[in-house]
Design a protein around this ligand. Sequence first.
Ligand code: HGY
Ligand code: MN
Ligand code: MN
Length: 422
Amino acid sequence: MPFDPSTSSIDADRLWADLMALAAITEPDRPWTRRSFTPRFAEGRTWLSNLFIQSGLAVRTDAGGNLIGRLEGRRPLPPIVLGSHSDTVPSGGRFDGAAGLLAAVEIARAVIRSGHALDHPLEIVDFLAEEPSDYGISCIGSRAMVGALSPDMLSRANAAGERLSDALARVGGSPSALERTTPPSIAAYLELHIEQGRVLESGRIELGIVSGIVGIARVELILLGSADHAGGTPMNLRRDAGVAAAEIVSWTAKQGALKATSGRGHFVATTGIIEIAPNAANVVPGQARLVLDIRAEDGREIDDFIMLLDRHSLEAAQRSGVKRERFAIISKTDPTRCDPHLRDILARSASKLGYSTTELASGAGHDAAFVARIGRSAMLFIPCLEGKSHSPDEWADPDALAMGTATLYDAVRSLDNADNAN
Ligand code: HGY
Ligand code: MN
Ligand code: MN
């Protein structure tokens, strides 16, 4: 059933205009790019902060560098929290993260326009650095909020040598205060997001109620061989780090496909970073660096894959006469179930508005997985064109965004009342 603006409290045109305005804040040569901690990201945050203020929200930045807009409620209750992230991957899309944030702002405006205040305060959180950052960590703000940003993580440095703790302070966070802060009490967390997959589109289903969010492990491998002349070095005398790396990349894809069809839930494995040095056509690669992204609904599948990868990558290195210098799990999160009560509220709101829904797992990671450690947390998906995301081709239909926002608004109202009932 299409979105009907005449019966909805949601101003779909205003919401879409906001989304396109935020999208315009991008590295001009790589639309759409707003990498965390960069001046472009700061520009986006300033825009978002102004939008929060214009929309009637009080604005603050917490110790974890999260930008928070707050609309007071009628009673001193823990807030209902909505959110997502304003940072992007390099050459990403206009919807991943931004759609959820701006839907939340439109919901805050709808609450004010209605003249019927919530009993709970409403908070909107732009979580810092949800995407993998230059410090090797993703979900920095949501980890910080729940007390999961460790001193080791804060000491990680980017290629320029800046430590994450200094970068956090640079964007308004307070690393020193982090140790003293306790996680906030929340009534619930709800996040609208594009699916970044094809279940909704292929099934012609309007909204997705997320059952759970995959666990994600990232593994870094460094292989050391011998950089040699590509012309004078006989094939049998080479220690080619590139060949060993290529074998590991190929094994990862094959083993990942095997696990994906094992019937033990969603499983994917990707070698997203492949670097060789000195990366010259006439030099046998002396060094290779790989970073793998491994995800599953069942955490045991991730552990099993990493154990197999450990064994295979050693064998591949030996076959090429190459030393495996580093094999490190640089980050690892467990799978998260979304709160059943919130999923039920979302499903009932969608049904009340006449929208079709299905339950599905999220193959993408989200801040909601960390927020689930401190309170009830759930997600609502809207379809995206051909499931594409992390690409300039990312697209979601304005009607789909409006349907998702209207559903989320109804769920917030239901939650506000339900929690007051008990
Ligand atoms: O990588 C992810 O799953 C998310 O989009 N950051
Ligand atoms: Mn993303
Ligand atoms: Mn995202």
